[in-house]
Write a protein that binds this ligand. Structure first.
Ligand code: S3P
Length: 447
């Protein structure tokens, strides 16, 4: 699909968004491991969550997803999953493959975990190595998928492990395996990765403590998990907040489209996810937060965003972790901002759905943005008008959506090929922006 996005007049209106992607993955998988039936409201139906649901079917889990976004899951308990007949296809979803590796290790299931060509390029040694230390019989294919997991004797070994990078996917994989360990597990991270797993497992009765410490003047984030006795998880009853990472596209669209004022209701505002909000506020964005509450153990609120004159900002250190998925759309905001913006300490971006440093630089340069690539980030000299162009999506949903937002405030239309990839995380993206008055639509095919 070619998506065309054109200069738009003011965006106006109110919107609520589908459930958070990270929370949807966790809720479906953890519910499958629970004893009894779970109900998850506002579940995200998208490409990546479908990959997980299909894998759960192959593991013998019954679930139903209703039109209104309610997911019901019949939990099979931590020992009730079946070994699948065929390789589990995790599609494009790194969260699915990494979280499943930990869950299946805990469940003592043999399986082959595989996925798309894009997923096969993502690093898996970061979960394989610590799982092996826990006594899990797992092999990768030269550090990548397919992963081959053989049922391993349990209890698994309890470990203390220092993660080389702050990563919630790694942390969650290891915490799930740690449920079946013979003693307490401690994980140490260099940054504050999202803590949705800890909040959800606590709701399910697991004893998990989080702690921030300093070692040689540097912060460290510790997570301690005590395996439940007996080995059982309570089922979930959750209502998921709107995905902040999807809201990010609408926020920046409203900021850069003159005369706009939009309100996004019931968005997840977990501070491990809202680094972009802090960056935009520091750039002079007019964003008002209201109706703050805690819903199903997660902070939520409404965001009212008015178009704003932005100025450049510097992003580094822990803030990078708190906005790890938002750099493509941050770069669009920075391109429209006056002055220089810099991103440092963000080499991890090269290992996402695309090399998000080089592909972002390549794509934005084609729209006339003055952007320089660095090994661990980029520098943007903002404030030049963006012209249109015909661009690739690079098989990266967030890059495609960010380029579409750039087109709303560019001088000429922006066309994005392969834009169907957007379906992976935010199938309602086009419709949501259209409902606020944005000019974007799939290109009509002529026969
Ligand atoms: C995710 C964690 C992040 C993020 C991804 C989803 C998760 O990855 O990029 O989109 O749900 O745990 P890392 O924490 O591994 O960087």
């Amino acid at each position: 699909m070619n998506l065309i996005s054109s200069t738009s007049s003011a965006l106006q209106g109110e919107i609520t968004l589908p459930g958070d992607k990270s929370l949807s993955h966790r809720a479906a998988l953890f519910a499958a491991l629970a004893e009894g039936e779970s109900r998850i409201d506002n579940f995200l139906a998208s490409g990546v969550t479908q990959a997980l649901l299909d894998a759960l079917t192959s593991l013998g889990v019954n679930w139903t997803l209703q039109q209104d976004g309610v997911l019901m899951v019949q939990g099979r308990g931590l020992e009730g999953l079946h070994s699948p007949q065929a390789p589990l296809n995790c599609g494009n979803s790194a969260t699915t493959i990494r979280l499943l590796a930990g869950a299946l290790a805990a469940a003592g299931v043999s399986a082959v975990l595989d996925g798309s060509a894009g997923l096969r390029r993502r690093p898996m040694d970061r979960v394989v190595e610590p799982l092996r230390q826990m006594g899990v019989n797992i092999d990768s294919t030269q550090g990548c998928a397919p992963l081959i997991l053989q049922a391993s004797p349990r209890p698994l070994h309890a470990i203390q492990y220092t993660l080389p990078v702050a990563s919630a996917q790694m942390k969650t994989c290891l915490l799930l395996a740690a449920l079946a360990a013979g003693g307490p597990t401690t994980l140490i991270e260099p940054g504050p990765s999202r803590d949705h797993t800890e909040r959800m497992l606590r709701e399910m009765g697991v004893n998990i403590q989080s702690e921030k410490q300093f070692s040689a003047g540097k912060p460290q984030y510790l997570t301690h998990l005590e395996p439940p006795k007996p080995l059982a998880l309570k089922p979930l009853a959750l209502s998921l907040p709107g995905d902040f990472s999807s809201a990010a596209f609408l926020i920046v669209a409203a900021l850069v489209t003159p005369g706009s004022e939009i309100t996004i209701r019931k968005v997840g505002l977990n501070s491990a996810r809202t680094g972009l909000l802090d960056a935009l506020l520091a750039m002079g964005a007019q964003i008002n937060i209201s109706a703050q509450a805690t819903n199903s153990s997660e902070p939520v609120g409404d965001l009212t965003v008015r178009s704003s004159t932005l100025h450049g900002v510097d992003i580094s250190g822990e803030q990078v972790v708190r906005m790890i998925d938002e750099f493509p759309i941050f770069a669009v905001a920075a391109a429209f901002a006056r002055g220089v913006s810099t991103v440092s300490d963000a080499a991890e971006l090269r290992l996402k759905e695309s090399d998000r440093i080089s592909k972002l630089c390549e794509a934005l340069r084609m729209l006339g943005v003055d952007i320089q690539e660095k090994p661990d980030g980029f520098t943007i000299q903002g404030g030049r008008p963006l012209h249109g162009g015909s661009l690739a999506s690079y098989g990266d949903h967030r890059l495609a959506m960010s380029l579409a937002v750039a087109g709303l405030a560019a001088t000429q239309p922006v066309s994005i090929q392969g834009a169907e990839i957007i379906h992976e995380s935010f199938p309602e993206f086009i419709q949501s922006l259209q409902s606020l008055g944005a000019c974007l639509a799939p290109e009509l095919q002529t026969i």
